[in-house]
Design a protein around this ligand. Structure first.
Ligand code: ACO
Length: 334
């Protein structure tokens, strides 16, 4: 078996900055409420209609390839994690593959929302370990801004989300002391309706009806308190599990790169893990929750800022809709 490593990372966010004050002009909210409850100050939205998750993914993949020192044409598999695919079908991975100009390369979508990147990384790890693929682009990309309700009814969800994309290139390494050490993922579908979008609904004929638009079931709905409780329970639990299995202590970890759902959730997680604040990466203040993109986006920024690099041990943790959650340990470099 070969050992898989993250060969490079890259990210892209659209240029349009939307502040909390901008949102307060559209519905009943305030900068103070959003900052206090979530840590978010601003987020990015696509500049205009017609831009999909696969469009945001293109520059993210290009940046990751450059960082990995490979050509886009070297990619031999795409894993595309998103909760906001360009269309219901086919998967955004297929749109991305065409836009990258790499025909025939297999493209698979993963629909595990905020945990999607870790699920994708686990699949890429297995593919590379078996020698099946050598250069897997694991992409997380979201366009949330076209799918949230800019009204008082949806304000609890709308203030949280932003658009963005990021990518990790996963391939083999000869080095025993570098690479993906362990990734553990879980799901509990009993929580599926605590954070979901009901419509379009394949159990109804037709799947999209005026009633759904009127009742607002086309917008995400969330039980915020339950999500908070589950996330602060499951993220530390699964992080501890991978650490214990691999004999890793807090001193060994350079950075915790958690999914950016909410600053308060991540502060709780760090506290439960007894990790000092300077070992935790936060960029939610700038981007909001970019779901499947958030972990690779945070890693990409942390690496670009010189906060971590070759040889450093990174702990990932995620929780999201499904419910799904997971954690991973990666020694950077190849
Ligand atoms: N602006 C102003 N007021 C708001 C807003 C808003 N955007 N949203 C809700 N409120 C109001 C509510 O209507 C409520 O008013 P009321 O007391 O008159 O009924 C009041 O604020 C308090 O609402 P709560 O839901 O009790 O607020 P809470 O303290 O639980 O905070 C929040 C809400 C921030 C969503 C919190 O529950 C949370 O962080 N949950 C985790 C959710 C999360 O992170 N989801 C991300 C997606 S999932 C993931 O990535 C893991």
């Amino acid at each position: 078996m070969k050992r898989a490593a993250i060969l490079g990372v890259g990210h892209y966010v659209p240029s349009r900055v939307v502040t909390n004050d901008d949102l307060a002009k559209l519905f009943d909210t305030s900068d103070e409420w959003i900052r206090q409850r979530t840590g978010i100050q601003e987020r990015r939205y696509i500049e205009h209609d017609g831009i999909g998750s696969s469009d945001l993914a293109v520059p993210a993949v290009q940046a990751a390839c450059e960082n990995a020192g490979i050509d886009v044409k070297d990619i031999d598999a795409i894993i595309f994690a998103t909760l906001s695919p360009d269309h219901v079908f086919p998967g955004s991975g297929c749109f991305l593959q065409d836009k990258l100009g790499i025909p025939c390369v297999p493209a698979m979508d993963i629909r595990n929302q905020c945990s999607g990147f870790l699920y994708g990384l686990k699949v890429a790890d297995a593919w590379v370990q078996t020698g099946m693929y050598q250069r897997v682009a694991v992409v997380g990309a979201e366009v949330h801004s076209t799918g949230i309700e800019f009204a008082d009814r949806g304000r609890d969800v709308t203030v949280l989300f932003g658009d963005g994309a990021a990518c990790a290139i996963v391939g083999p390494t000869e080095r025993e002391d570098r690479g993906i050490i362990d990734i553990e993922v879980h799901a509990d579908g009993s929580g599926a309706k605590l954070l979901w979008i009901e419509a379009a609904d394949s159990t109804q004929t037709p799947r999209m009806q005026q009633r759904m638009i009127d009742e607002g079931t086309i917008w995400p709905s969330m039980n915020g308190k339950q999500v908070f409780r589950w996330a602060t329970d499951k993220m530390p639990e699964v992080a501890r599990s991978v650490m214990q299995r691999n004999g890793v202590t807090n001193d060994d970890i350079k950075l915790l790169v958690p999914h950016q759902a909410n600053m308060r959730i991540n502060e709780f997680v760090a506290k439960k893990l007894e990790l000092p604040a300077d070992k935790v990466v936060h960029n939610i203040q700038k981007y909001g929750n970019t779901t499947a993109a958030s972990i690779p986006l945070a890693l990409s920024e942390a690496m670009a800022e010189g906060r971590c690099g070759d040889g450093d041990l990174i702990l990932f943790a995620a929780f999201g809709s499904g419910f799904t959650w997971g954690a991973g340990l990666v020694r950077l470099g190849s």
